[in-house]
Design a protein around this ligand. Sequence first.
Ligand code: MOS
Length: 712
Amino acid sequence: MTTATTGTPTTRGSVGTPHTRVEGRDKVTGAARYAGEIPFAGLAHGWLVLSTVARGRVRAIETAPVLAMPGVLTVLHHENAPRVDSDFVGMLGSRPDPSLALFQNDRVPHLGWPVALVVAETPEQAREAAEALVVHYEQEPHDVAFFAGHPDAYPVEGHTPGVAEKGDLTAELAASAVVVDAEYTTPEEHHNPMEPHAAAARWDGGRLEVVDSNQGTTWVAGELAKLFSLDPDSVRVRSEHIGGGFGSKGVRAHQVGAVMAATVLQRPVRVVMTRRQMFTLAGYRSPTTQRLRLGADADGRLRALEHSCLNLTSTVHEFVEPGAAPARVMYDADAHHTANRVVRLDVPTPTWMRAPGEAPGSFALEAALDELAEKCGIDPIELRVRNEPERGPLSGLPFSSRNLLACFREGARRFGWPDRDPRPGLRRDGRWLLGTGTAAASFPSGAGPSTAALTAEPDGTFTVRIAASDIGTGARTALTLIAADALDVAPERVRVRIGDSDFGPAMIAGGSMGTRSWAWAVQIAVGELRERLALGSSVPPEGITVRSDTSAAIGALARKERHSFGAQFAEVAVDVTTGEVRVRRMLGVFAAGRVVNPLTARSQFVGGMIWGISMALHEEAVRDGATGGHVGADLAGYHVATHADVPLIEADWIDDPDPDDPVGIKGVGEIGIVGAAAAIANAVWHATGVRHRNLPIRPDRVLSAADGATHA
Ligand code: MOS
């Protein structure tokens, strides 16, 4: 037996120091295995067959010819698939999208709806057979047309995220010296993580084991247990390495199909989505139409603020993209009206996608603020200074901390903002018109209950076990640094094991809450271990293990407006003869809590900002009204920003520790995209004098605006 020492309770300074990913070597050498490539003895392969009509019923499925094809083991569909129960409330407090209840009836509510799963000995045989499967449909007329003022739009229920109002909007608009009234649109956008969704399921000694790529093993295990009416302890979900999620990697058709087939065949079955299938099976960001009405006194002080956002959802499940939410935190006004509305169409259900609500909402809100600044003849940063609220504009709650203006001050200094001539359309570099723009960013800072186990090993090392999920954020490394500092040991003495639902309940990697929630559990576990060791316990061969649970601590948090903030700056060059827009440089300065690992935190901010470029200039999923499906549902047809589109991007932060978090964390996963597209659109206005209120700012839109200006 040895005695564990954790040293004196002072910080060693791992937190706050750049640290490469602890699993980085495994990832770059290929040793890290992903869900689609982990070997199983006797593995069979399932291939999903998706509907080719946008609405109707499955009339018949010709399974016999396919069952006779080489290697085919079974074809599951609505007449023979195991029954599931989708009428429950899951870990995140909501009902699941009934799209998960695969093959339970003959209804087809959108194009790309799963109608069958073909299972074969090899993926090639499964794909061949799936493509040969003939499905007969009874087709009904469909409607996928999304537009502002849709007659079937309805307000979302509940104060958050539905409708929130104070003051007399009409009166305040009438009394305003300056009014902005504008419509903005954002298109349907897709997550496109590098790693496609993949899951393998098998029964092992009465337990269901699923190897998956997801944002929360506790969450997925819980949903699968409820769907298949299993004892939660009899389901184990593992997800060790994840090649991106962005909100799309929850419970989806592939896990459910794999479990069904593994149950029917009593052998391991894997289902992988193709890139094209991900466009209908993995969720997406709803398009939005947004109306902004801002009314201000001549000095820019807001009297009226109206932000209403319309998004779409499917006919089977309501999902809200709450674009009107950021206005409730950012700016006060005597009359303050915000509303999220939704319309049901014959499309797949949208889902969370990096900064849901804030990403599209901040585009419209922050672009409208820029228009107001122009009309008032006030610098856009000064306009925000004049409208900086003391408390939550609608909640009346104090902010846990709000360092928005400090971000603007630091960003303006570094970006060279004070030298900017506010007049548009004046700067040239050869054929390029140049402009700069800015926008504010915010994102909620929360935490979800989590548990962790911490073991003092007899060799003087420590093992953390927590059902955390590192979707590429660097969470595993952040938790290593946090545990090391709390234990007062070097990070090399800490091993963090994640991605296994058997480690106990934990928060998902979502809502920018993952690392914060898990760090809290690790911090409490270290405290408990220190107490045990302080009592003089020596470490037996099996180690000393303590467990922590943050439910009580999180439940006791005082009510405050808890958000991260940031200031985005962009410089663009616009060629009005070709319509090309290039971003030349970007700077984001954030107040987003204590930064655990500057290397990976910067990567999160910069990644979000790059997505902002992509959102501003490239991304747009186009739906064809005639078929109800996408045009070009792949990475050739769906454009994303790539290396050549991404210039020098700088992200930095100011000191902003959360006063109520044991580590000071607020969360950095999502705020980087917020406001980024608005800063770029505002810069395009500054370059050209033309407001682009519809994303993306495509060459044809720049050209038709330039034509309009010429012929006007
Ligand atoms: Mo994120 S959209 O909370 O994965």
